[in-house]
Design a protein around this ligand. Structure first.
Ligand SMILES: *[C@@H]1O[C@H](CO)[C@@H](O)[C@H](O)[C@H]1NC(C)=O
Ligand SMILES: *[C@@H]1O[C@H](CO)[C@@H](O)[C@H](O)[C@H]1NC(C)=O
Ligand SMILES: [Zn+2]
Length: 279
C-alpha cells in the first residue's frame, strides 16, 4: 500500500514538473507579438489617434511608443492588400492568399526580414488600454463581466493610459490649451472609456446607420416573401378545388354571413380576420 502511494505521488510530482516546464517554455518562447491583437490596436490608433495629430499638422513625439514608425509590423501591414473578400495579396512577392491569417503566416515564414528593425513596440502589448477583449469577440451582452468589474483596477489602467498619451504630445512649443485639447480628443476614445460603465461600449454608429439602410431595403422584400409563402401554404391546403365551385361558394357565403356553413376558407378568414384574399 505504502509503495503504491509513493508511486502515485511520484507520478503526480513528475506531472507537475512537466506542466511547470511547459509553462516556463511558453512564457519564454512566447515573445511572439500577436498580429490580430496588434491590428485591433492599430485600427483604433488610425481612427482616433494619428488622425488627431494629422488634423492639427502635428506628429506624435518621437519617443511615443505608439508612434507609427515604431510599430513592429508597420512595413508588412503596409504591403498587404485585400483585393476581394477572399484574396489577400503580399506586395513583396505578389503571392495571393485566401485569408489574412494565411498571409500573416507567409509574412512570418518568408518575409521576417521586413519587420521594423530595432523596434521594441508590439502594439498588442497595449491591449489592456485599447480594450482588445471588447473588439476581439463580437458579443451582445457582458453580463458577468459588468457584474464583476472592479472600478479601481480600471482606474489604474486609466492613469497608465493618460500617462502614455501625455508622452505622445508633439515636440515643440504647444500652448497649454492646445495640449489639453489634443489630450481630450485622443482620450475620449481611449482613456475615458476605462471605467466600468463605458468599458464594453463599441463605436458602432457608422455600422448602425448602414444597418438601418439595409433593413429598410430588405424588410419590404421579406414581408412580401412572407405573404407569398403563407398564401402558397393556404393555397396548397385549402385552395385546390375547381374555380366554379369556389365562386359559387363565395356567393353563398356572401348571402349567409353567419350560420352552419363550415367551409375551410371561411374558417380561415374568420381566424385571420376578415381580410379579403386575392386570387
Ligand atoms: C512596403 O515595403 C517596402 C520595403 O520592401 C517599404 O519601404 C515600404 O514602406 C512598405 N510600404 C508601406 C506602405 O509601408
Ligand atoms: C519655442 O519657442 C521659442 C521661443 O518662444 C523659440 O525660440 C523656439 O524656436 C520654439 N521652438 C519650436 C520647436 O518651435
Ligand atoms: Zn510574399
Amino acid at each position: 500500500m505504502v509503495f503504491g502511494q509513493d508511486k502515485s505521488s511520484r507520478s503526480w510530482i513528475s506531472l507537475i514538473c512537466v506542466l511547470l516546464l511547459h509553462c516556463i517554455e511558453e512564457t519564454t518562447c512566447n515573445t511572439h507579438c500577436s498580429r490580430p491583437l496588434s491590428r485591433i490596436v492599430r485600427n483604433q490608433l488610425t481612427e482616433h489617434f494619428y488622425s488627431v495629430f494629422q488634423d492639427r499638422n502635428h506628429e506624435p513625439h518621437s519617443k511615443c511608443p505608439l508612434h507609427a514608425s515604431r510599430d513592429l509590423y508597420r512595413i508588412q501591414e503596409g504591403n498587404k492588400t485585400q483585393e476581394y473578400a477572399a484574396k489577400w495579396v503580399c506586395h513583396f512577392c505578389g503571392k495571393a492568399f485566401f485569408s489574412e491569417h494565411h498571409l500573416d503566416v507567409h509574412f512570418d515564414n518568408k518575409h521576417s526580414d521586413k519587420l521594423v528593425k530595432g523596434s521594441t513596440v508590439c502594439l498588442a502589448d497595449f491591449c489592456d488600454i485599447f480594450r482588445c477583449d471588447v473588439f476581439e469577440v463580437q458579443r451582445k451582452d457582458y453580463f458577468w463581466e459588468k457584474k464583476l468589474c472592479k472600478e479601481d483596477k480600471l482606474m489604474v489602467r486609466k492613469r497608465r493610459c493618460e500617462a502614455l498619451m501625455r508622452s505622445c504630445l508633439p515636440q515643440g512649443n504647444l500652448s497649454v490649451g492646445e495640449e489639453f485639447e489634443i489630450l481630450e480628443t485622443i482620450g475620449s476614445n481611449t482613456c475615458s472609456l476605462l471605467n466600468c460603465k463605458d468599458y464594453w461600449k463599441r463605436p458602432h454608429n457608422d455600422i448602425s446607420a448602414w444597418k438601418i439602410v439595409l433593413y429598410a431595403v430588405v424588410s419590404p422584400f421579406f414581408c412580401m416573401g412572407l405573404i407569398v409563402y403563407y398564401y402558397a401554404i393556404w393555397d396548397y391546403y385549402y385552395g385546390d378545388y375547381p374555380l366554379d365551385t369556389k365562386r359559387s361558394r363565395e356567393e353563398e357565403e356572401s348571402f349567409s354571413t353567419f350560420g352552419n356553413y363550415r367551409s375551410t376558407p371561411s374558417h380561415l378568414r374568420k381566424r385571420y380576420g376578415e381580410r379579403p384574399l386575392m386570387y
